[in-house]
Design a protein around this ligand. Structure first.
Ligand SMILES: [Zn+2]
Length: 140
């Protein structure tokens, strides 16, 4: 599926969830949501999303962008986590985020590594918050 179609599908999901919760969204918020959803797989920061949103909504406030991110998170559409003091937006499927301290890039890893960590935590009587697993690494 290409990226545009993927974010179109995602925006439909957002609108359905809002309807279920008897919530409404302004056209501005819909536009911001589309921008967030089109960038989410790249683990972008609030600033990245703000810069992109500003191109289509020149007078948008940082707090409106932030609040829209938080709204999408509360609906379970996206996830957020903090790394190096910055909020990153993420997809919600279970995975491990590998944060490279040299390049600041984040790579997703899923599969058996995640299962192993889950098993170890279970032995300690802990339940993993699978959406917020971040491991710091160095590429050099
Ligand atoms: Zn991720």
């Amino acid at each position: 599926m290409d990226e545009l179609k993927e974010s179109d599908e995602a925006i439909k999901e957002v609108l359905n969830k809002l309807r279920e919760n008897e919530m409404r969204m302004t056209p501005q918020r819909i536009l911001i949501s589309k921008t967030i959803l089109s960038m989410v797989k790249d683990h972008v920061t609030l600033k990245d999303i703000y810069d992109e949103t500003e191109k289509v909504l020149p007078r948008v406030g940082m707090s409106t962008v932030y609040n829209t991110i938080k709204m999408l998170e509360s609906l379970g559409i996206i996830d957020t986590f903090y790394v190096d003091g910055k909020m990153r937006v993420d997809r919600t499927h279970p995975h491990i985020n590998i944060f490279c301290k040299n390049t600041q890039a984040i790579t997703d890893i899923d599969g058996s590594a995640l299962e192993k960590i889950r098993e170890v935590l279970r032995d300690y009587g802990l339940k993993m918050d699978i959406k917020k697993v971040v491991i710091e690494a160095n590429c050099k």
